[in-house]
Structures are given as structure tokens and as C-alpha cells.
Design a protein around this ligand. Structure first.
Ligand SMILES: Cc1cc2nc3c(=O)[nH]c(=O)nc-3n(C[C@H](O)[C@H](O)[C@H](O)COP(=O)(O)O)c2cc1C
Length: 272
């Protein structure tokens, strides 16, 4: 079984349940888990509401053991409320705290939270940094492709999240203007993956690289396949910490054993 690693949390690479306010309550999440979801995210909860000890918000944070690994999701745009809110959220023992910077509904985005933060990179970074500072578990961030078709900035936003300490980023491949209609843009998700170095891409990226090169060798033989694999492997490693040294090693690959050794080395050096 392959795993995705977020911070210190290992998640089976099958399927995850996306957060859905008003839908994905504990019963729904438990059912999703029973039918194979490896990871679930709770309904979004207001940071400000929590800081004021809003009892209803707190109820939304309850996670049963059957759901784990599971995240709670917070939204808000006022960093000063973050420490108190995170302290309350962590009483429910989430494995991960996810920050919502993608919600399009007027009640949320109209108040500067959710997807509105994609227009405010400084405040977005402050929120992520404040949550990371207050939390004792890995923090992930959910973003959209951008505010509208003229402002596609998922890559820049993901990069800020990474710089501010997020352990992973999830991308809803629609703009705020699209709300939930139209086709989600998978291309922007791929572009974000190439932009950030955080572990959510690492294990998956190395797995895909290995599969592709094994196939290449099956099709063209080890000698020619591995020659062609050098440039392709280097492409997969673009942007990650230590990429220049790893790319040098790619240039000398001559057999699959060398590829497996390189993958092991990258994983060992990147805490996988
Ligand atoms: C009813 C509903 C509620 C949602 N609530 C949330 C939410 O609270 N937080 C969040 O990050 N995304 C929320 N989303 C977005 C989903 O998590 C997901 O990113 C989106 O539906 C895109 O997935 P798709 O391409 O499979 O449609 C919601 C989506 C739906 C349909």
C-alpha cells in the first residue's frame, strides 16, 4: 500500500473525502471511511466563533476514532483570534488542521474569509502562519484556482502557504466566480504541484516517476529507456529541495536499480 505523508500523518493512497459544510458530518464521514476513504475532513468552523466559544461550532469539531486520520477545517481572516480557536480545536484531537481559503459563499467570502483571502496574499500568509504557530499538528490549506478567470493565482497562493509552514495544499480547481459550476481545472492543480515542494507532492511524484520510467524500460529496454529517463526524472524533481544535486544524479542513471536507489535517497533526505 502506498502512503501520502502530511507532516507526521500517513494516509493511504486510496481516496479522501473533501470537506463539505452541511453534508460531511460525523455520520457521513464514518460511512465514507467504511466505504474506503482513507482520510476525511470535517465541516468548516469559524475561527472567530470558536474564539468566542460558540458551542455549535465546537460540536462540529468532534471526531470519532473510526474516522481517523481526520482533519478539522477552520476559516476566518482575523489572526488575533487564531490562538484561542486553535487551542479549542485541538481539544478534539484532530490529526490535521485544514485552513479554508476556498469557500465562495457570500456569508464567508463576503466577510473577507474563505476564497476572499486569495485576493489578500499578505493576510492569507498571516493567517496560515498564525495557525501553524498555534497548532501542534500539521496544518494544511485549501485554496481555489483563483478569484476569477482574470486572477488565477493558485500557484502563488500555494507558495505562500508553503513559506508560512503549511504541510500540504489542496486545490479546488475552480475560481470563486465559478462557485461549484463548470468543470474543475485539473491543469491548475498540476501546476500547483510543480510549484510547491511540500511533502504532499513528494511521495506521489516519486511514485509516478518510478511507474513511468519502469514502463519506458519495458517498452524500450533498459539501455535506451534509461537514457531517455534521465531528462524525465530530472523534470519530476524540479523545484524540490536539493533538486540540482538530484538532477546531476539523474544525468548518470543507467539502470532501474540506480533509479530505485535515487528514490530511496530522496525519501531519506526529505523525511519520507
Ligand atoms: C455541498 C458542498 C459543501 C462544501 N463545503 C466545503 C467546505 O466546507 N470546505 C471546503 O474546503 N470545501 C468545501 N466544498 C468544496 C469541496 O470540498 C471540493 O473542493 C469541491 O466540491 C471540488 O471537488 P469536485 O471537483 O469533485 O467537485 C464543498 C462542496 C460542496 C459541493
Amino acid at each position: 500500500m502506498e502512503y501520502l505523508t502530511i507532516g507526521n500523518i500517513k494516509i493511504k493512497k486510496t481516496a479522501a473525502l473533501a470537506p463539505m459544510a452541511g453534508v460531511a458530518d460525523t455520520a457521513y464521514r464514518t460511512a465514507a471511511k467504511r466505504f474506503g476513504a482513507a482520510y476525511v475532513v470535517g465541516e468548516m468552523v469559524s475561527i472567530k466563533g470558536l474564539a468566542y466559544s460558540d458551542r455549535k461550532s465546537a460540536e462540529l469539531l468532534t471526531i470519532t476514532d473510526a474516522e481517523r486520520p481526520a482533519a478539522v477545517q477552520l476559516f476566518g481572516c482575523e489572526p488575533e483570534f487564531v490562538p484561542a480557536a486553535v487551542e479549542i480545536a485541538e481539544r478534539y484531537k484532530p490529526d490535521i488542521i485544514d485552513f479554508n481559503a476556498g469557500c465562495p459563499v457570500p456569508k464567508v467570502a463576503g466577510n473577507g474569509s474563505g476564497s476572499a483571502l486569495m485576493k489578500e496574499p499578505k493576510l492569507f500568509g498571516e493567517m496560515v502562519a498564525a495557525i501553524v504557530k498555534a497548532a501542534h499538528v500539521p496544518v494544511t490549506v485549501k485554496i481555489r484556482a483563483g478569484w476569477d478567470a482574470e486572477h488565477i493565482n493558485a500557484c502563488e497562493t500555494a507558495h505562500i502557504a508553503e513559506e508560512c509552514g503549511a504541510a500540504a495544499v489542496a486545490v479546488h480547481g475552480r475560481t470563486r466566480t465559478q462557485m461549484y459550476t463548470g468543470k474543475a481545472d485539473r491543469e491548475i492543480i498540476a501546476r500547483v504541484k510543480q510549484t510547491v515542494r511540500i511533502p504532499v507532492t513528494l511521495d506521489e511524484r516519486l511514485g509516478v516517476m518510478r511507474e513511468q520510467i519502469e514502463l519506458l524500460v519495458r517498452c524500450k529496454g533498459e539501455f535506451t529507456g534509461m537514457k531517455e529517463a534521465r531528462a524525465q526524472a530530472a523534470f519530476y524533481l524540479k523545484g524540490m529541495t536539493g533538486a540540482a544535486r538530484y538532477r546531476g544524479m539523474c544525468g548518470r542513471l543507467s539502470d532501474l536499480k540506480g533509479l530505485y536507489d535515487l528514490i530511496d535517497l530522496i525519501k531519506a533526505e526529505n523525511g519520507e
